[in-house]
Design a protein around this ligand. Structure first.
Ligand code: FAD
Ligand code: NAD
Length: 471
C-alpha cells in the first residue's frame, strides 16, 4: 500500500474544512488542513457570518438608543452618538477571538495547518507553496466567492463600489447606499447601514426579495423593510455603474437601471454601492483537471450522498458543492465526510437545513415552502401572528408570524416559516421536530414555557387543526 504524508488533507479551513479536519483527527487519523488566508475560519469567521453579526448587533443597539426604543422602556440617555471606529473595533475583536479559537482547536486536536494555496498535481497529491504533499484522502472545502456583476466593478479598497467584504469595513456611514441584489447579504448589510443612518435602496432583479423562501414570507418581509424605510426597486436590473469623480477621488456612483424585462434606462445616484447578487464556488486554480474532476454548469463539484466525488480518494463539502451556501450545512457535511473517511456512517439530512436572515425581525425557515408543499400533495397550514404572542407584544416586537405547513393526511410537519425578532432561535425547535418526524399535533401538545416567543410556534401548530387559543 502506498505511503502518504497524511491520512487526510483538507483544502480550506472554513466551517466545512476546519470541522472535517478536527473530526478526522478526533477519529484517530493523521490530518493536515491547507488554508490560503492568514487566519483560519474561512469566509464565515473572517468576512461573513461573524463580522456581519457583530455589526448587526452593534447597529441594533445604536438603533434602540437613537430611535427611542430604550426611552420607551424608561432608559433615558443623553444625546446618542455613533462611534463607528469603536463598532468596527469590537467586530474585529470578535473575528480575532474566533479565528484564534480555531487555531487553538487545531493545536489541541493535532491538526497540522499548512499555509498556502493548494493545487492538485496528481491523484492523492497537491502542491502547496512549492512543496508536494500527499494524502490518502483529500477533502475539497474551498468555499465560495462573490459573483461579479458585469459593468459594476467592485473596488473594496476605494470603498465606493463594494462587495460584502467591503461593506463590512466601511469607515463612514453612506449617505445613500444602493444595494444590488435583495437576497440575504443585501438585506442584512443594508439593515446595518440603514440603522446607522444611511438611506438604503435595494435593487432586485426578481419581483420579490429573498428567492427560495416561502412566498408569504417574502411578501411580508418586503412590507416590513419598506416600513423600516428601505426603498425597494423590484423587477429592476443594474446595467452599469460610473464613478463620480471629484478631483482624483470618487465621491459617488451613478448607476444605470432598467426594468428586468427590458425597457427605458434611468439613472440612480448613490454615495456607495453594495454588489450582492450571489456567490460562486471556488474551483479556479485548484488543478481539478489534473485529477479528472469537471465542475457542473454552476461551477459546483458534484458528490454522492457520502460526499465522495467521482474520483477515488477525493471528497468535497460546503459551498463548493450543490445546496444552500450556509455555514451550518458546511459544518454538518464536515462532520459527515470525516466519519465516512474513517469508515463510519456520516449522514446529512439535506431536507432539514434551517436558514435564517438576521435582520430585525429575523426571517427563518426550514423544510418546504407552502408553494413546494402544495405541489407535492394536500396540505394544512396553521398561522399565528407575533402580535398575539404575549412576550413579543410586551417587548414591542409584534411584527411577523409563524407558519406551520403539515401534510393534510398524516399531519407530518413539512415546513415551518417564521418572521419574528427571535426567529433564528425559534427555528431550531422546528428543525428538531422535523428531524424526529413530528406531526403538527406533536408540537401543539408539547408544553412551551410562558411567556416566550416560542409559544407562537405551538399556537401555529394548534392552528393547523383550527384551534389556536390566543387569536
Ligand atoms: P469558506 O468558509 O468559504 O472557506 C473556504 C476556505 O478555503 C477559505 O478560507 C479560502 O481562503 C480557502 N481556500 C480556497 N481555495 C483554497 C486553496 N486552493 N488552497 C487553500 N485554501 C483555499 N452562513 C450562515 O450559515 N450564517 C450566516 O449568518 C452567514 N452570514 C454570511 C455573511 C456574509 C457576508 C457572507 C459572505 C457569507 C455568510 N454566510 C453565512 C455563508 C457562509 O459564510 C458560508 O456558507 C460558509 O463560510 C461556507 O463554508 P465553507 O467551509 O464551505 O467555505
Ligand atoms: P442571494 O442568492 O441570497 O441573493 C442574491 C439576490 O440578487 C437574489 O435575490 C437575486 O435575484 C438578485 N440578483 C441577481 N442578479 C441580479 C442583478 N443583476 N440585479 C439585481 N439583482 C440581482 O445571494 P447573496 O445575498 O449574495 O448571498 C450569497 C450567499 O451567502 C447566499 O447563498 C447565502 O446563503 C449566504 N449568506 C447567508 C447568510 C445567512 O445565512 N444569514 C448571510 C449572508 C450570506
Amino acid at each position: 500500500m502506498a505511503e502518504y504524508d497524511y491520512d487526510v488533507l483538507v483544502i480550506g479551513a472554513g466551517p466545512g474544512g476546519y470541522v472535517a479536519a478536527i473530526r478526522a483527527a478526533q477519529l484517530g487519523l493523521k490530518v493536515a488542513c491547507v488554508e490560503n488566508r492568514e487566519t483560519l475560519g474561512g469566509t464565515c469567521l473572517n468576512v461573513g457570518c461573524i463580522p456581519s453579526k457583530a455589526l448587526l448587533h452593534g447597529s441594533e443597539l445604536f438603533d434602540e438608543a437613537a430611535n427611542g426604543t430604550l426611552a420607551k422602556f424608561g432608559v433615558k440617555l443623553g444625546s446618542v452618538e455613533l462611534d463607528l471606529p469603536q463598532m468596527q473595533a469590537e467586530k474585529a475583536l470578535a473575528v480575532k477571538e474566533l479565528t484564534g479559537g480555531i487555531a487553538f482547536l487545531f493545536k489541541k486536536n493535532k491538526v497540522t495547518w499548512l499555509k498556502g494555496k493548494a493545487k492538485f498535481t496528481a491523484l492523492h497529491t497537491v502542491e502547496i507553496a512549492g512543496e508536494t504533499v500527499t494524502a490518502r484522502d483529500i477533502v475539497i472545502a474551498t468555499g465560495s466567492s462573490v459573483t461579479p456583476l458585469p459593468g459594476v466593478m467592485v473596488d473594496n479598497a476605494a470603498g465606493r463600489i463594494v462587495d460584502s467584504t467591503g461593506a463590512l469595513a466601511l469607515d463612514e456611514v453612506p449617505s445613500h447606499l444602493v444595494v444590488i441584489g435583495g437576497g440575504v447579504i443585501g438585506l442584512e448589510l443594508g439593515s446595518v447601514w440603514r440603522r446607522l443612518g444611511a438611506k438604503v435602496t435595494v435593487v432586485e432583479f426578481l419581483d420579490q426579495l429573498l428567492p427560495g423562501m416561502d412566498g408569504e414570507v417574502r411578501k411580508e418581509s418586503a412590507k416590513l423593510f419598506k416600513k423600516q424605510g428601505m426603498e425597494l426597486r423590484l423587477s429592476t436590473k443594474v446595467t452599469g455603474a460610473q464613478l463620480k469623480l471629484n478631483g482624483a477621488k470618487a465621491d459617488g456612483v451613478q448607476l444605470a437601471l432598467e426594468p428586468s424585462a427590458g425597457g427605458a434606462v434611468e439613472t440612480l445616484d448613490a454615495s456607495h454601492v453594495l454588489v450582492s447578487i450571489g456567490r460562486r464556488p471556488n474551483t479556479d486554480g485548484l488543478g481539478l483537471d489534473a485529477i479528472g474532476i469537471t465542475p457542473n454548469k454552476r461551477g459546483q463539484i458534484e458528490t454522492a450522498s457520502d460526499f465522495h466525488t467521482a474520483v477515488e480518494g477525493v471528497w468535497a463539502i460546503g459551498d463548493v458543492i450543490p445546496g444552500p451556501m450556509l455555514a451550518h450545512k458546511a459544518e454538518d457535511e464536515g462532520l459527515a465526510v470525516a466519519e465516512n473517511i474513517a469508515g463510519e456512517t456520516g449522514i446529512v439530512n439535506h431536507d432539514v437545513i434551517p436558514s435564517v436572515v438576521y435582520t430585525m425581525p429575523e426571517i427563518a425557515g426550514v423544510g418546504l415552502t407552502e408553494e413546494q408543499a402544495k405541489e407535492r400533495g394536500e396540505i394544512k397550514v396553521g398561522k399565528f401572528p407575533m402580535m398575539a404572542n404575549s412576550r413579543a407584544k410586551t417587548n414591542r416586537e409584534g411584527d411577523g408570524f409563524v407558519k406551520v405547513i403539515a401534510d393534510a393526511k398524516t399531519d407530518r410537519v413539512l415546513g415551518v416559516w417564521i418572521i419574528a425578532s427571535l426567529a433564528g432561535t425559534m427555528i431550531a425547535e422546528a428543525a428538531l421536530a422535523m428531524e424526529f418526524g413530528a406531526t403538527s399535533e406533536d408540537i401543539a401538545l408539547t408544553c412551551h414555557a410562558h411567556p416566550t416567543h416560542a409559544e407562537a410556534l405551538k399556537e401555529a401548530a394548534m392552528a393547523v387543526r383550527g384551534k389556536p387559543i390566543h387569536i
